[in-house]
Design a protein around this ligand. Structure first.
Ligand SMILES: NC(=O)c1ccc[n+]([C@@H]2O[C@H](COP(=O)([O-])OP(=O)(O)OC[C@H]3O[C@@H](n4cnc5c(N)ncnc54)[C@H](OP(=O)(O)O)[C@@H]3O)[C@@H](O)[C@H]2O)c1
Length: 235
């Protein structure tokens, strides 16, 4: 019998992260649902059912020690890892006024700490387990706002953090694809979550589907790409 696949999802207390967990559970995967606070992870896990295949964990991605502890917990519970979804993200820009003349560099720094360095910390912690079984999928949940070729002004901190996250995807791909890692960036589109707001064009289920696509790729699947709805988009 094929052993059960296992995913880790960061920032899964709500929004796209929690929905990604729900869809992976629906495919029969086991999931480590991680959230900045353990209580939020436990509450989100309780809302999804399937307790036998869910491991709620506290993981603030700005804390490398927590990332390493989470990796130890996943190894102890499941003994394998097939996908890491770096979903945790923040927008700290002033929505109405964050230009190169007005943005606070400290806000840029804080945004990078979660959106970019958070993904790096989680990748460093979980890669050994991911590569141990011959590879797997690493998904960086990015944004079209980080596309360099289609870059617009405003939202400086968020845009820079996602452009750098996309670069991290390429670096991870180059370093580890030969060992079986498929590393991809995914833009979920503009999604009705707390971040996207009620005016967004897409339901959370649609946005998460493109993340789940990348998290469940098999051997020979694409790597080193930037995707929306399973289709390549411009870097
Ligand atoms: N919604 C959109 O339209 C859209 C578009 C493009 C890309 N994205 C990306 O999609 C991802 C998910 O966004 P969303 O729309 O679901 O946003 P959301 O509803 O605001 O949820 C963000 C999640 O990230 C978590 N988070 C923030 N900082 C964290 C930290 N330091 N450690 C761990 N978790 C942390 C939040 O946890 P707490 O509950 O503890 O705050 C929350 O679970 C983000 O990377 C975002 O940039 C979203």
């Amino acid at each position: 019998m094929h052993a059960q696949s296992v995913a880790v999802v960061t920032g899964a207390s709500r929004g796209l992260g929690r929905e990604t967990c729900r869809q992976l559970l629906g495919r029969g995967w086991a999931v480590a649902l991680t959230a900045r606070s353990l209580a939020d992870a436990q509450a989100a896990a309780a809302s999804l059912g399937a307790a036998d295949r869910l491991l709620p964990l506290g993981l603030d991605v700005t804390d490398a020690d927590q990332a390493r502890a989470a990796a130890v917990a996943v190894a102890a519970r499941f003994g394998r890892l097939d996908a890491l979804v770096n979903n945790a993200g923040v927008i700290l820009d002033d929505w109405d006024d964050s230009t190169t003349t007005t943005c606070d560099p400290e806000v840029v720094r804080a945004t990078f700490d979660t959106n970019t360095l958070g993904a790096l910390r989680a990748s460093q912690a979980f890669l050994p387990l991911l590569l141990q079984g011959g590879g797997g999928n690493l998904v960086n949940v990015s944004s079209g706002m980080g596309s360099v070729s289609e870059m617009n002004g405003g939202m400086v901190a968020y845009r820079l953090s996602k452009a750098a996250l996309n670069a991290l995807t390429r670096i991870l791909h180059d370093e580890h694809n030969a060992r079986g890692l498929r590393a991809n960036s995914v833009c979920p589109g503009w999604v009705k979550t707390d971040m996207g707001g009620p005016g967004a064009t897409r339901q959370v289920q649609e946005g998460a589907a493109g993340i789940v696509w990348a998290a469940t790729l098999g051997p020979g699947g694409p790597s080193g790409g930037f995707f929306r709805d399973g289709r390549p988009i411009a870097w």
